[in-house]
Design a protein around this ligand. Structure first.
Ligand code: IPM
Ligand code: MG
Length: 368
């Protein structure tokens, strides 16, 4: 049987630096666990625009459609701020999500014990936190038509459209219920049914799917603004949260910060099963390209490394090896290693991106 295939798209800013550490992890799995991947690397985002005039070429899109999993670093940077909307680095990422139809975006927010004091919230509020936000990723106001900026009389008008079909809501609801069954069996669905028709439909469809197929799972509903408030008040009341594209974008950043640092959190974007039964999948850190620290060896590679752990679990059927990698990260943090983003106000001496990667590889070795 051929090796599983992995397309790596390091992207812009700190993307290539953090991805270099993932390469060390991949090499370790090849050498020590006999887990070998067919790895190809390509460009996405600003670097692809610089090389080809587009943030994602058709060739790269084609490769992404034909591998077992895609691992992406980050896209964007101030250099590209003035580009036309259609060729901005972010469009490369959005095209991947849309054309691969990756409708379920899994964003875990997990607080490592060693970092509980680092959160801006009290340690007892976040200690042991382990929640999963499922964000709908291929529809809603990010993609709805009509959109654009046009002239009306003597002023300009900006338009975006929030649009959800029943089937789009139902499939992401199913992803949430399925995942909850493998966790603590609780789903909270968030929308704004008090002001938006798309929210009313969202609530109806989630309720219907629940009644017909998942009545064993505990389901609750919350308005997204109240959800944001509850997430900061007592986040441990949640297990799985399912929400739309835009609310999911906001709530997942909020949830991420509960855990201390955006530099820690991975994500998986999953679509329908392929011929081999595995979902189409793209894995990426929740953080962005952090142009302000790019190229300085300051970036935290953990989010990207944990994204690879998610790939091991959801695309490659190696949940045991994913757990090994997560435990290695935990061990390194417990030893007190911190990248610059994890330094408290009174400082300390941070380790570099590469030192963090090396320490995780060493901890993997110690796990054998
Ligand atoms: C995210 C990011 C993206 C989004 C940007 C980079 C297009 O914020 O993945 O959360 O808004 O979806
Ligand atoms: Mg975001």
């Amino acid at each position: 049987m051929s090796n599983p295939s992995l397309l790596i798209l390091p992207g812009d800013g700190i993307g290539p630096e953090v991805m270099a550490e993932v390469h060390k992890i991949i090499d370790w799995y090849g050498a020590k666990r006999g887990l070998t991947f067919d790895v190809t690397e390509d460009l996405v985002g600003g670097c692809a625009y610089d090389a080809y005039g587009t943030p994602l070429t058709d060739e790269t899109m084609d490769k992404a459609q034909n591998v077992d999993a895609v691992l992406l670093g980050a896209v964007g940077g101030p250099k590209y701020d003035d580009l036309d909307f259609s060729v901005k680095p972010e469009r490369g990422l959005l095209r991947l999500r849309k054309e691969m139809d990756l409708y379920a975006n899994l964003r875990p927010a997990q607080c490592f014990d060693a970092l509980a004091d680092f959160s801006s919230l009290k340690a007892d509020v976040v200690g042991g936190l382990d929640i999963m936000i499922i964000r709908e990723l291929t529809s809603g106001v990010y993609f709805g038509e009509p959109r654009g900026i046009h002239q009306e009389g003597n002023e300009r008008v900006g338009v975006n459209t929030q649009r959800y079909t029943e089937s789009e809501i139902a499939r992401v609801a199913r992803s949430a219920f399925e995942l909850a069954r493998r966790r603590n069996n609780k789903v909270c669905s968030m929308e704004k049914a008090n002001v938006m028709e798309s929210g009313v439909l969202w609530r109806q469809v989630v309720t219907e799917v629940h009644a017909a197929e998942y009545s064993d799972v505990e389901l609750s509903h919350m308005y997204a603004d109240a959800g944001a408030m509850q997430l900061t008040r007592w986040p441990k009341q949640f297990d799985v949260i399912v929400t739309d594209n835009l609310f999911g974008d906001l709530l997942s950043d909020l949830a991420a910060m509960l855990t201390g640092s955006l530099g820690m959190l991975p994500s998986a974007s999953l679509g329908a099963p392929m011929a081999n039964g595995r979902p189409k999948a793209l894995y990426e850190p929740v953080h962005g390209s952090a142009p302000d620290i790019a190229g300085q060896g300051k970036a935290n590679p953990i989010a990207c490394i944990l994204s690879f752990a998610m790939a091991l679990r959801y695309s490659f059927d190696h949940g045991d090896e994913a757990t090994r990698l997560e435990k290695a990260v935990e061990a390194v943090l417990a030893d007190g290693l911190r990248t610059a983003d994890l330094m408290g106000p009174d400082g300390g001496s941070p380790v570099s991106t590469a030192q963090m990667g090396d320490a995780i590889v060493k901890a993997l070795g110690a796990s054998l």
